[in-house]
Design a protein around this ligand. Structure first.
Ligand SMILES: *Cc1c(COP(=O)(O)O)cnc(C)c1O
Length: 377
């Protein structure tokens, strides 16, 4: 694959792949798509991903935090943006002035948003999150009636616009899990309760990537798609990215910094967790756990050099790890790939280290340079 510029360690971001994935998702669902760009666009860069997603047909952008929404706006990203994880001290005033939709899950947070709206003389666009079985964020069932009554009374006097009722799935990546139907059932109850409270003309959404891929009955009026946007599968049961028609948008590679020959019995890296059982050539790869390479990749991860995989041997350190190249001659300065296009997927790589693709891509550190390509070559 084309390398734009050679740096010590880089994450090449293929915005063409982002656009392809967003188009693929839009074509596969009959409802609008919200592209989720929280956590700096899952490590791919929130602003470039947001622009590519809107270009490719996404209708909404979703983030967890108000600050993330502000960053998008302040970088010139237009369109609807929803921030769903508000905290008491968030700058809600700035969010409302910059036309950000916000989500609430309690009467208290609703009152706070209403008050800020009044102070600014703007009408907040409010979404309400209900818990339907994840037991994380979202209003508990016992609070629904009071919350919907409060929403209805504020809508009635023009304090707010009530935009959507939504929830989040716990087990969508396991299509047969009974929690999926249980959550659907409870979501339907929430919709009924909201309607009974007099609320009208709101839209509904509950599906993440796995929901969008595997649960057509849970698409409702919008799907909120994060990981699939980046060309990473949400989980084994849904198939790999290729089977899903998705292209990995991030390829992480690094330059071999040093090469040396080991003798039989030589211990490698901290605590000698690996010992050479034969004379062999090892290469030093200058990225480590400070860059987001899991320490659990010790003796489990691998790199690809010219199409062949070679194992990480010994402890992954803060800035570096060691790879066993056997008797292959690898020059200093050679480029090896960890995961991405044409090599192992982030999902496979993470799984071998006891993690998930989501964690691997979102935790890449700032020392790994993001290099953008538009993918239209
Ligand atoms: C992160 C997140 C998503 C996106 O999830 P994916 O599995 O990455 O598609 C959707 N909705 C909410 C509330 C989230 O927190």
């Amino acid at each position: 694959m084309t390398v734009v510029r050679t740096v010590r360690a880089q994450a090449e971001i293929d915005l063409g792949a982002i656009e392809h994935n967003v188009r693929t998702i839009c074509e596969s669902v009959a409802v609008p798509v919200m592209t989720v760009v929280k956590a700096d666009g899952y490590g791919h860069g929130a602003v470039p991903v947001a622009l590519a997603a809107l270009q490719a047909g996404a209708s909404w952008l979703g983030v967890a935090f108000v600050d993330e929404a502000l960053e998008l706006r302040q970088s010139g990203v237009s369109g609807r943006i929803l921030a769903w994880l508000l905290s008491a001290d968030d700058n809600i005033a700035e969010a409302l002035s910059l036309d950000i939709d916000v989500s609430v899950a309690s009467v208290e947070m609703l009152s706070q948003v209403v008050q800020v709206g009044r102070d600014l003389n703007v009408t907040p666009r409010v979404h309400v999150e209900v818990d339907t079985g994840l037991a994380r964020a979202g209003a508990a069932e016992s609070e629904w009636s009071a919350l919907f009554a409060a929403v209805q009374s504020h809508v009635g006097i023009g304090d707010i616009e009530f935009v959507s009722l939504w929830s989040h799935l716990a087990c969508a990546d396991e299509p047969e899990h009974p929690a999926n139907t249980a959550q659907k059932h409870r979501f339907e109850q929430a919709i009924q309760t909201a309607t009974a409270a007099g609320l009208r003309d709101f839209f509904k959404h509950i599906a993440n990537s796995a929901g969008a891929i595997a649960h057509a009955d849970l698409h409702y009026d919008l799907v909120r798609v994060g990981i699939a946007t980046y060309g990473v599968t949400p989980g084994d049961e849904l198939g790999d990215a290729t089977e899903l028609g998705l292209r990995p948008a991030m390829t992480v590679s690094a330059q071999v910094a040093h090469v040396r020959r080991l003798n039989t019995g030589d211990g490698v890296s901290y605590s000698h967790r690996w010992t050479a059982s034969r004379p062999t050539t090892v290469g030093l790869i200058p990225i480590g756990y400070a860059d987001g390479i899991p320490r659990s990749a010790t003796n489990h991860g691998w790199v690809t050099y010219q199409g062949t995989e070679y194992p990480i041997v010994g402890t992954v350190c803060m800035d570096q790890f060691v790879v066993d190249f056997g008797d292959v001659e690898v020059p200093v300065g050679a480029r090896v790939e960890l995961f991405g296009a044409g090599v192992s997927s982030a999902h496979q790589w993470a799984k071998a280290c006891g993690s998930i693709g989501y964690e691997l891509v979102t935790r890449l550190g700032s020392r790994i340079e993001r290099v953008y390509m538009d993918g239209h070559q």
